[in-house]
Design a binder for this molecule. Sequence first.
Ligand code: DGJ
Length: 533
Amino acid sequence: MLKHVWLLPLVAGLCSVPARAQSPAKPIPEIVHKGGRYALLVDSEPFLILGAQCHNSSAWPAMLPKVWPAIDALHANTLEIPVYWEQFEPEPGRYDTSVVDLILRQAREHRARLVLLWFATWKNGSSHYIPLWAKDQPDKFPLIVGKNGASVDSPSPHSAASLQADETAFAALMRHLRQVDPERTVIMVQVENEAGSWGSVRDYSPAAEKLFAGAVPPELLKALGVVTPAGADWATAFGPNADEYFHAWSVAHYIGQVAAAGKREYPLPMYANAALRDPLTPGPAGTYESGGPTDNVLGIWKVAAPALDVLSPDIYQSDSVRYRRALALYARPDNPLFVPETGGGAGYPRLCFAALGLGAIGWSPFGLDYTSYSTEPQGAPRMSEAALGPIALNYRMLEPLMREAALLNFEGKLQALAEEPGQARQMLDFGSWKAVVTFGAGGRNNSTKGNATPIGRCLVAQLGEDEFLVTAAYAKVDFTPANGLKRGFRRVEEGAYEDGVFKPIRIWNGDETDYGLSFYSAPQLVRVVLSTY
Ligand code: DGJ
């Protein structure tokens, strides 16, 4: 599903779609990869999602006026927003596109892109978003059965009728998008939401039991490198992991088919998001949501759902060791790193730079609107422009180089990091130069204690042998040459990219360079040419 790209410039050979007469269609967004790195191409160029996800019940026309002001205040370039199956298909086969059309129109007015979240068979492991007419047919839309024979509040992945209904509705949504969005306002689609089950590791219904006692699909055994007698059942092939692997396969296979049905209509990039296991001490299956794309079953999802381009972590652990581990588990040669949900509270903003440092194509905190709901302690207690400030700082820092950062990351020339508690100094190694980042220091102050709370962040990208782009907050950045000589600043310009050209607004010199390059709470981007003496 992912295109392998060898050469730059990135001109995607993309098909065009039927467009409205007056506006020629732009190329369809796609994810490309090269040497284990990824880029999301939007209008044929790498694009970095500086995202924000609204609350679950914010995608109603009456709520949108409380969403957009937050998106604007954040300087987010992408809104992640649900499409509810219950709203989209109020009667079987009748599709109400009015809400999605309104969201598209308003996104264009706000010059924002969209990631649409298809809340359908699964939402956080349950099926609360299926239409009422589906809720009234429990035989066609069954729940799973726990080991004790009791129903569990989670949809069965083994119902052909519910799969067909979901596929059909999702295909209708994608067909509609293809017709009404030649501008490519929608750049990616999430298929379901945190799929899997809480309360049972798998389905123990008679239908599921029959499948569980049947042969494991040979393509799965091959992909996982499991050698087992031909026709082996799940328990024989996977022993103690069998229940969980069976559920992961079943859920992934279902969602892969929904995604494929949508892609046949309109092949936008698609992903599934995971409610994570603890990335350091996961515990046994059943203590976390089972069946979703958790880190231990990514290989199963890749085989079962090839129509999905990305498997994504929803990261709600603000301790940076866990956070960075979760990022690393999903930044794989076979998987682009995209964080579609993360906390919106104080501990999170700097961690955007940890994601960028691992090549992320996007990052998006959850629950950022003014609809008066709060996911405290994950988010800020009450959303206000002040509460959004630390995330807005990220996006104001990254906005002036958004396209360039995505391209430089794709080329492996960008490094970024977040301040770690108790670690005032960190190093970024570019071979002939090292960037030395000191947090909590500025101007003549060379404190080695770090910031009082770790809020520092830094990005450095190499443009040429001695030329770098730097942006940072609450940090001082300097460079050391590997050849043992001393560093000189030949030229330091503050500016921004406009249409791919760096436009300086001033030269930094004197106090601004004599003690290294100091960044405080203002978004500043500098282009640095270094020398040695
Ligand atoms: C993760 C889910 O994916 C979101 O839809 C939302 O329910 C958040 N959790 C709330 O914290």
